[in-house]
Ligand binder design. Structure first.
Ligand SMILES: [Zn+2]
Length: 334
């Protein structure tokens, strides 16, 4: 489990330390996507469980509790995410293709009850439940959680994390101490990316829509990520079948997102604006923009948005991509 510290977390950390004496039993961490809110929640969880935290509040990193934590085996810590639902049900048993769940189920919340009834494994210790992303709770699981928040078990702290607080039940929000985590400025983000040894930080930041973590991730997989613009720049010469299998290998979500970004820029350039994501591919986009059928492009863009929304269904990904890329190659004339 990572407990890397990010410079843009410092002010939130200090605010929390100042209010430590009046500790709330439920915290809601909110803020922009891609600023490491979950990592912050975990850093906080580790420090709350640590047997001898430092003066600045951070975990010591070497007590028994900290070693459990870094090995992902702390008995007083639970992380609820949508993925765990599938992990409980082996793919072999169900023969269905593994599907990334998008919801935190009521069964997951009910399983917490057992955890909450136990006392801490450490003397006078706390138990911590991190829920990420909290907007993945559905109506039923949110109501089940609300009951727990209304009658909080002693010495349990809930940390809810979300980029979309407007999707949470207002009754859940009102039970939590809310902390708005600031996003780093562009200069701060670029400095951080360069510190991580990322070349072309500016390019990757634009490509990722301004999020530091997504930029770092995209840069790390840059060979993969450059494949999409390289193929799409071929326009009507694109081989939809060969490219579909290459794109499918990136994962449907990744591939359709990359396709969306390219189309966004192609529309922008066709309308005389500058590209937002592919700042290095301006010339290729300009060239394509001259031969594209704009109204067909806009229709196609909606189809890709539709495909992006159903990207968690794994069936026939490659077939679907073939179909999309074939249509893409037909958008251009001569
Ligand atoms: Zn420790």
């Amino acid at each position: 489990m990572t407990s890397q510290r990010y410079p843009w977390h410092a002010s939130t950390w200090q605010r929390l330390q100042q209010s430590r004496a009046r500790r709330h039993h439920a915290l809601l961490l909110r803020g922009k996507q891609g600023i490491a809110k979950l990592e912050f929640a975990n850093t906080l969880a580790q420090s709350l469980l640590c047997q001898s935290p430092a003066d600045d509040g951070y975990a010591c990193g070497h007590c028994v509790s900290c070693s459990w934590f870094v090995q992902n085996s702390h008995p007083d810590y639970r992380l609820l995410t949508p993925e765990q639902e599938d992990a409980a049900e082996p793919a072999a048993a169900s023969k269905k293709p593994a599907r990334k769940s998008t919801q935190i189920s009521v069964a997951q919340i009910r399983e917490l009850a057992g955890f909450l009834e136990l006392s801490s494994h450490q003397n006078d210790g706390l138990r911590i439940v991190v829920i990420h992303p909290a907007d993945a709770l559905n109506q039923t699981s949110a109501n089940a959680l609300l009951k727990m928040l209304e009658e909080p078990p002693a010495d349990v702290i809930f940390i809810l994390v979300t980029s979309h607080p407007q999707r949470l039940l207002p009754t859940i929000m009102s039970r939590c101490q809310q902390l708005e985590m600031p996003a780093p400025s562009e200069a701060e983000t670029l400095a951080w990316l360069e510190q991580q040894g990322i070349k072309d930080a500016q390019y990757w930041l634009a490509y990722s829509g301004g999020s530091p973590l997504s930029a770092a991730e995209a840069a790390a997989g840059s060979d993969k990520m450059q494949l999409v613009p390289a193929r799409l720049a071929l326009g009507q010469k694109l081989d939809p079948f060969g490219s579909a299998s290459e794109f499918a290998a990136l994962g449907m979500e990744e591939a359709t997102t990359a396709l969306q970004k390219w189309l966004y820029d192609l529309v922008a350039v066709s309308l005389g604006a500058v590209p937002r994501y592919h700042v290095r591919d301006s010339a290729a986009l300009q060239a394509l923009g001259k031969s594209v059928d704009l109204s067909a492009l806009l229709t196609f863009q909606r189809q890709v948005d539709e495909a992006r929304r159903s990207a968690s269904h794994p069936l026939n990904n490659e077939l679907q991509l073939e179909h999309l890329l074939l249509q893409y190659s037909k958008l251009f004339s001569g």
